[in-house]
Design a protein around this ligand. Sequence first.
Ligand SMILES: [Zn+2]
Length: 464
Amino acid sequence: MSILQCVKCGNVIPSQPPRYRCPKCGGLLEYRIEKEKISHLGFSGDFRFWRYRSLLPKVKNEATMQEGGTPLYRAKRLAREMDLSELYLKDETRNPTNSFRDRGAALMVSNILDLGLTATVCATNGNMGASLSAYCAKYGVNCHVIIPKLVDMGKLAQMLVYDAVIEEHGETVDFSIERAEQLAEDTGWYQATPELNPLVVEAQKTIAFEVTEQFGVPDWFIVSMGSGGTVYSIWKGFKELYELNAIDRLPRIVGVQAEGCSPIVNAYRKAGEKHEKPMTHAIGIFVVNPVQKDLALTAIRQSKGLAVSISDQQIFSAEQQIAKLEGLFAEPASSGTIAAVENLRSEGKIGRSESVVCLITGSGLKATDVLQALSKRRKTAIVGAEFSTKEKLLRILEKRDGYGYELWKELGKTMTRPAVYQHLNELCSRGLLSSYTKKDRRYFTITDRGRRVLKAIDEVKMML
Ligand SMILES: [Zn+2]
């Protein structure tokens, strides 16, 4: 049902033996469905990845860990914040290894089993390595993973636990990809690097199929971009449904990158600018020379979409916002999609009544920076809890003197009165408060030292 074709020169090549570049021009390859041979969609079975086999390249084996069929949440509280009527999160954290890459791993490992191969190599900055090593573990394939220096700790932990052979190569994943390409050539190992293996785009286009079944076609589909392959996958999915007359409109695709490393956005703006030293803490999308840049640009331009960049600060605050308002812990790379919607909404580029889907690619538990930030947060949270009542008392008494019962009422009666007196006495003994008696009542007043402590707290809070 599909043919393998070069995206650059259009050369059609046989899919056997597996090839990853056009033998004529070295261009990337992609599968094209032969729509004249498809009379109906033929989606069947459970709401899972393999339901869409009729539009996937043919495989005999079907490797599975029950990937796909992930929920599409309506994010009402986030939508309200942005004055948007319909916002949905496609929650790919629900996959077996907690990312969208499980789809690609399922299809590639099926292909590996069909070919009777026993080893594979994959360059990855995280999720694909975690997915592939899990599926390889299950199906007894030797998995070699090439990772760059910077990789999310949670993802690395997964690769280790699933017993992949891990080699570190290069500062960024760009170098790891070169190494994986060389290794596959030298050893004959199956090439599972998502930027090179055209099955990955095929597997990921099922996200678009699922959203269509769950909701229909949204006005906007927002996706983060590293190499650009995911943006293209989503677009390809919708386009195929459109070509097969299964849908009558197409979404506009927005590709999101981090400001510190946004080669695809720069190319979209036709800005010649290059970052002196590209960097982002959203490691999942830290790609300096995206292999699938042209494919991503095709998706964005054909869909009349946009390419936008977001600061790391916005990415991380969006991550907290998604967690706080929707109970979903998204990895930084995909939290940027929410920050992007917020910006596009306030610029009026996304209309109030338009429907938006954001792709949440993976779980926040996988990311290094988040774990570090959390351990830092935990310390401050404990300090904060210890301070909160005393700090509140100091803040009240900073404005005017007060007595116990009054202060207890002002704290909202959230604790016993003896507890309030205990806090007040402790503050007195530390010299932050002093007390005097007036009309048989013991009044508390803040000391200079107390004021200095409040000022110090403010300064510390500003640094956090
Ligand atoms: Zn070619």
